[in-house]
Design a protein around this ligand. Structure first.
Ligand code: NAD
Length: 256
């Protein structure tokens, strides 16, 4: 279905981004990955579907590196048709204890990087009159939780940014949407499971149950594969007129 299309997924060496890259490649897109950590492992998985998948190691907190990554994608793959702004980090602390450096990093990586990626990729999409921008926001783009000031501010920001970009391109073949996951068991959340286990003096399984029990009525984690199938749907012709939505996949979190 996505044969002939190219996709750049930021933060795709792990978790949700890797799931998105795998699903887009399985559906025929040519992939550029981005992110740190196990680059070779991620590339090996994606190359089962797209043998020519490549990686760019841009740091999403650095404006020039984001611009260079988009140019690299356009040069190496011929275009950047699908941009998934997914890279993200978390830090949990009360506002009065929140390290300023963590605030700056979260706003840069979770919010500003999407602006810079779009800014770089939109002219090419506009020239070809086709594009898909999918911003991985969060339920925290729609509602708040205590001790996540920077994350909630960034995610609410990216939902607003999504709507503006969707409106600016509303008469074109470019759609811009956000996906808002609830709890997904990735390394980003495992850290919070570990912190809960330590704080409450409980084991890993009980900590997961308590995290889900606080917020996610289904008592099940959303999976990267479920989010990735939604992204593929948004990239399909059925998604041509889905514009500016913030679509939660959260086991009922935001329904409460
Ligand atoms: P993860 O930690 O598994 O993956 C994060 C990815 O981002 C990795 O590939 C990492 O290398 C990359 N990354 C981090 N900092 C980077 C930087 N400066 N430059 C380039 N890449 C960088 O996390 P995840 O849970 O898969 O999170 C992915 C996205 O999903 C994030 O935006 C996160 O906020 C969002 N999200 C996650 C959950 C969840 O429950 N896990 C819920 C809602 C939203």
């Amino acid at each position: 279905m996505l044969n002939g299309k190219t996709a750049l997924v930021t933060g795709s060496t792990s978790g949700i981004g890797l799931g998105m890259a795998l699903a887009l490649a399985r559906n025929g897109a040519r992939l550029m990955l981005n992110g740190f950590g196990d680059v070779d492992g991620a590339l090996a998985q994606v190359r089962r579907h797209d043998p020519k998948a490549i990686h760019d190691g841009a740091d999403m907190s650095k404006v020039e590196q984001i611009e260079t990554m988009v140019r690299h994608c356009e040069k190496a793959l011929g275009s950047c048709d699908i941009l998934v702004n997914n890279a993200g980090i978390q830090h949990v602390a009360a506002i009065e204890d929140f390290p300023v450096e963590r605030w700056d990093a979260i706003i840069a990586i979770n919010l500003s990087s999407a602006f810079h990626g779009m800014r770089a990729a939109l002219p090419g999409m506009q020239k070809r009159n086709w594009g898909r921008i999918i911003n991985v926001a969060s339920v925290h783009g729609l509602v708040a939780s205590a001790n996540k000031s920077a994350y909630v501010a960034a995610k609410h920001g990216i939902v607003g940014l999504t709507k503006v970009a969707a409106l600016e391109n509303a008469t074109t073949g470019i759609t811009v949407n956000a996906i808002c996951p609830g709890w997904v068991l990735t390394p980003l959340v495992q850290k919070q499971v570990d912190a809960r286990a330590a704080a409450d003096g409980i084991d890993n399984d009980e900590a997961k149950r308590r995290l889900l029990g606080d917020k996610q009525p289904s008592m099940q984690f959303t999976t990267p594969e479920q989010l990735a199938e939604l992204a593929v749907f948004m990239c399909s012709p059925a998604g041509d007129n889905i514009r500016g939505v913030a679509w939660n996949v959260d086991g009922g979190w935001v329904a409460q």
